[in-house]
Design a protein. Structure first.
Length: 344
């Protein structure tokens, strides 16, 4: 069945904290169908129970993903990266070329490797590439920027970027999301925006460690500037431009995520800096810590590409090899960089 002609109805796939926040933003302009997997959450959302009491009455939760696809031409898939491909396989049979998909997932998809097979760039996919591989939709966009869910739900002003190869996708996303408290920029480098959104989560982990250790803004600023440099070098190595990393999807999102305890990645690093074990952090976290999966994937990629990323390398050793935190910080502070700005 073809998508409905009702352009005043927009779909959101995923009822995590960010999916809920985007649904509530959309509801300022349009009616929203919010796909949830669990019936108990559907009931709580539709009855506006507990934390859902502040949701707009224009949001209706449903458990039928086919219904969302049939009723909505514009859909925002917002699920963790590790679940994204499976979600697309479920959604794909109900999609047609007229659909617009603008995802809000800040992570990467890793294609399973055969035993003994080396990880290559071709094994790592952004979410837009997953959409292309798993569906016939071509008008694809991504949502990226400094968008902490808790602040959006509080009604605080914010901005985001919609990146797409298609002008009509950018305009459709802007029309649906833009309001007096939410600015929406547009850009055509979708892969760059996706990489920026994924890579900043790694730096946020490191920033959280510094916060947990009680360190100040001098070393935090050093981390942000050198972390941004590593993000840009990775982007250039895989063929993206510098520009997305210097806008709201890059430095904007990086500053927000690497400075707020409302960021799940910063919070994970903070807890590690406070002395908690990685196992306890993972076992007690209610949200997916995207930065950890991205860290493992990107570290393997940078080794293959030969890109110098000392922050990512040391952070990998901290989280996956249990390197001592004080030694890790000392190594990074004393690391000899050739020049300051080396990516322009």
């Amino acid at each position: 069945m073809e998508a409905s002609e009702n352009n005043n109805l927009v779909g959101v796939i995923g009822a995590g904290s960010f999916g809920i926040a985007i649904a509530n933003l959309l509801a300022e302009n349009v009616d929203v169908l919010l796909y949830v997997r669990r019936k108990e959450k559907l009931k709580a959302i539709n009855k506006r129970e507990g934390i859902y009491s502040i949701l707009s009455p224009r949001i209706k939760a449903v458990t039928d993903i086919q219904y969302v696809a049939e009723q909505c031409q514009l859909i925002f898939p917002i699920v963790p990266s590790q679940s994204f491909r499976e979600m697309m396989k479920q959604l794909s049979p109900y999609l047609n070329p007229r659909h617009f998909l603008i995802h809000g997932t800040k992570g990467l998809d890793l294609i399973p490797l055969a035993e003994g097979e080396k990880l290559l760039p071709k094994h790592i996919k952004t979410m837009s590439e997953v959409i292309e591989e798993e569906s016939i939709v071509c008008r694809i966009g991504c949502l990226s920027g400094p968008n902490l869910s808790s602040e959006i739900m509080e009604g605080q002003p914010a901005a985001t970027l919609i990146a797409s190869s298609f002008t009509e996708v950018i305009k459709a996303g802007q029309k649906a999301l833009k309001s007096t408290r939410f600015q929406v920029y547009g850009d055509y480098d979708i892969i760059g925006a996706e990489l920026a959104g994924a890579l900043k989560n790694i730096i946020a982990l490191a920033a959280g460690i510094l916060g947990g250790k009680g360190l100040g803004k001098n070393i935090w600023a050093l981390l942000i500037t050198r972390g941004l440099s590593e993000m840009i070098h990775i982007g250039k190595a895989v063929g993206t431009e510098v520009k997305p990393f210097l806008g709201v999807a890059g430095i904007g999102d990086l500053v927000a995520t690497a400075s707020s305890k409302n960021s799940r990645n910063y919070k994970a690093g903070y807890r590690l800096g406070q002395g908690e074990s990685i196992e306890d952090i993972l076992n007690s976290s209610t949200d997916v810590i995207e930065g950890l999966k991205t860290l493992e994937t990107i570290r393997a990629l940078t080794q293959h590409l030969g890109v110098s990323t000392p922050i990512i390398e040391i952070l990998y050793r901290v989280f996956f090899k249990k390197m001592d935190l004080d030694k890790a910080i000392q190594v990074l502070v004393t690391y000899r960089y050739a020049v300051d700005v080396d990516y322009l």
